[in-house]
Design a protein around this ligand. Sequence first.
Ligand code: FE2
Length: 204
Amino acid sequence: MNIAELLQQPNLNRVHLGQELYSLCEERGPQYLLEELTDFPGKLILKGEEQLPFLLRIDLQPYLPPKATGKMLLHVFYQGDGDGLHSHPVEWAWAKILAGDGYVEQRQREDLYLKGIEPESFERLPGNEVAFNFLQSDYEILHRVERLKGPFSMSLFQNGPRKDPEEWKIVLSDRSIWDMSQDQSYDKPFRSWKEVEHLLPDVF
Ligand SMILES: [Fe+2]
């Protein structure tokens, strides 16, 4: 069964899909996954003054509405997040690292981070499943990918329900707050990512 057929299966389950994609990466390499997913919609987010590739996001379930709860995506990070810690517009998310050398993630409660308490660091390695419970009852958990441990990190990613309101922000290390909804690069729709394929670093 190829990946497109796998993704069409009813009752697609993230744990099962994660195991299948992880095995395919081990057997055939991460490039194979991207080749199989060339016809899926995606977008490449560029970052910084030099606009270098930061994150490739491919929609694995384009038949679901863009903000559907439980929608799964393939993420390829080419660099870590920028300064500060950020929230997400969803209540929770889940990821399984499929390929690469992993990354170091930082997390902290928003209320504690705003008081000046530094984040905790966690090493995330290929094969790890990572649960993100961004929204707690009294506070939010902010995070960031502090640094990649290699030239890329590929993961299967699943979004939970959208927050109401859909707040999305970065608390920078000087504790000033940046509203992410003002950053138009994140609002670009998913479309054919073949157009940006030539921008992707040769990292596999
Ligand atoms: Fe994030």
